[in-house]
Design a protein around this ligand. Structure first.
Ligand code: C5P
Length: 222
């Protein structure tokens, strides 16, 4: 097996998926958005009133969740039991509940299993929180992305505004801060830089500059 895995981890709204998509497109790799999987699980839990403190309920719910990626021009299209939920999982109600769902052991075991299967025999770029530490500890390239929290909130605010005209920048900032705190302090697979991950602070970098940076790391391996 000499397929290449590029692992991109980092805080919320750091531009991980923008870079991962561009990189996958340029290299003709598969792009896998692990966050979309946790968001879809969270959406199922919300819709079905799954009590996350009830282990049996969580296990039962996981058995009824079937996720699939449908790649169309490197945009994430994810289906939850055959329904395309790509748009709904970006909404605030999902963002605000996903970290609690993603902290559950049973949820992580199942998602990691599915993610590892995706990177088994194909070249893949996967972004998330634990890709370089847990999912693919032997990934050939690992990036850890950061950016100024204010810049991140502004970027996410601009993305959300068209579909949420009443949203405020403060709300978005708080929501991101909450998610980063929950993701870095949880017991199970917390967000942490893998020792061999290269830090990419993109506060002052254009998408093109980030892509060049990543391409320079991956190209020598191809
Ligand atoms: O990347 P995105 O912001 O869509 O991820 C949503 C949430 O899913 C994160 O805040 C985190 O709680 C969870 N997540 C995770 N592990 C991953 C990817 C996402 O715990 N590999």
């Amino acid at each position: 097996n000499n397929n290449i895995v590029v692992a991109i981890d980092g805080y919320s709204s750091c531009g991980k998926s923008t870079l991962a998509k561009a990189l996958a497109k340029k290299l003709h790799f598969i792009y896998a958005d692990s966050g979309a999987m946790y968001r879809s699980v969270a959406l199922y839990f919300i819709r079905n009133n799954v009590d996350i403190s009830n282990h049996n309920e969580v296990v039962k719910a996981l058995k009824n969740i079937h996720l699939n990626f449908h790649s169309r021009d490197y945009q994430t299209h994810i289906t939850l039991n055959d329904e395309d939920v790509s748009a709904e999982i970006r909404q605030m109600h999902v963002a605000d509940s996903v970290s609690a769902v993603a902290a559950l052991h049973d949820v992580r075991v199942e998602m990691v299993r599915q993610q590892q299967r995706m990177g088994k025999s194909k070249n893949v770029v996967m972004d998330g929180r634990d890709i370089g530490t847990v999912v693919f500890p032997h990934a050939q390239v690992k990036l850890f992305m950061t950016a100024d929290p204010k810049i991140r909130a502004e970027r996410r605010y601009k993305e959300l505004l068209p579909t949420n005209p009443s949203i405020t920048l403060e709300e978005v900032f708080e929501s991101l801060a909450h998610r980063d705190y929950a993701d870095t302090t949880r017991k199970e697979s917390p967000l942490i830089r893998a020792e061999d991950a290269i830090i990419l602070d993109n506060t002052d970098l254009s998408p093109e500059q980030q892509l060049d940076f990543a391409l320079n790391l991956v190209k020598p391996l191809i």
